[in-house]
Structure formats: C-alpha cells, structure tokens
Design a protein. Structure first.
Ligand SMILES: [Zn+2]
Length: 184
C-alpha cells in the first residue's frame, strides 16, 4: 500500500509541487517551502529469490501470496531493510518466509518494476531445510526448472534470465491485471 506525502517530515509544513532547477534541468517535485526538504520518491529496493532446493533434487520453490487473487506462484520477495547487505536481506527473507537456510547466493540481475516504484535485486538462492511458510504465504509448489512459466514483470524477467543461463528456453504466461500491492 502506498501513501501520499502531504507534510514535510522535517518541519510539518504542507508540501507543495514546486519547480526547481536540478542537475537534469527544471523539475517540479513535492517540496517543503519552509525548509527546502524534497520528496525525491526514489524507487524502493526489493530483494527476490529463485530458491533452488538442494535437498529436493534441485526443484525450485515458488510461493503464492495469501493476498493475491488467483493461483499465481512467484519468487520469494521482501523489502531490503536498513543495516543489512542485499545478501543478508534475501537470506533473512527466505528464512522468514519459508524457514529454509540459504547455502549459496548468485546475483541474477537487477530489474525495474515501475508500477510499484521498486527496483528488484534478484538472486538465485541454493537452500535446504524444512519448508514452513509465513502467514503471508498461502501455499508453495516445487517445480522442475524446465516446467516454470515466466511472467512479464520484474521478477518474471529474472526467472527467464536464470532459466536461459541454465540452457532452458523460457515459456511465458500472460498475467491477469491485478491491483497494486506492496511487496512482502
Ligand atoms: Zn520542511
């Protein structure tokens, strides 16, 4: 869920859409007329994991978010938190959401997800352990890599890249439109 900024977080003055010269030219942004604070609205880093289960014959774990409509299975994702590296963050997210222990991480790539104003940092995570889902996830499935269908959005492109790197030709599915939501 995204919230609009109405007041300056520094001095509580109502923000205004003010044009100002920046390095790239004049740009209108929400700014504070009193203390010059600017709402940059930078994309939020989201970490994502393609989980390869080392103790389940290399099957890939995809999970369905409890908040999603339809039976769509996707990568484990979560917001990067202050005070952690991307690798620490995705290791934490995988543990929190699936109870699996990450043994190895390989960066797949970095992808924009402009609809949510996010930038996705996607990893291939080799993991092991007993699967215990967090309440945010409704169910999971284990897939052979060659059976995975990719979707045309940030993490789906990461999945396609990973499959291509392993010699598979990605298969694509078209997603039904769904309302914006926060990453979990
Ligand atoms: Zn201010």
């Amino acid at each position: 869920m995204s919230h609009q900024f109405n007041f300056c977080p520094n001095c509580a003055t109502p923000l205004q859409l003010l044009a100002q010269m920046e390095d790239g030219g004049e740009k209108a942004r929400l700014r504070c007329p009193a203390c010059a604070w600017t709402h940059w609205n930078n994309p939020t880093p989201v970490l994502a994991a393609i989980i390869e289960c080392a103790d389940r014959d290399g099957m890939v774990l995809l999970a369905r978010n409890a908040a999603w409509q339809g039976r769509m299975f996707a990568l484990i994702t979560g917001f990067m938190e202050a005070g952690e590296s991307p690798e620490e963050g995705i290791t934490r997210e995988v543990a929190e959401e699936t109870n699996l222990v990450v043994d190895e991480l390989n960066l797949v790539g970095v992808y924009d997800f402009q609809r949510m104003n996010q930038v996705i940092v996607a990893y291939h995570a080799v993991a092991h352990g007993e699967v215990v889902l967090s309440p945010e996830l409704a169910e999971y499935k284990l897939y052979r890599p060659e059976d995975i269908k990719c979707w045309r959005a940030g993490t789906g492109y990461a999945m396609a890249k990973w499959l291509t790197d392993r010699g598979h030709t990605p298969q694509w599915v078209e997603l039904p439109p769904r309302p914006p939501q926060a990453a979990t």
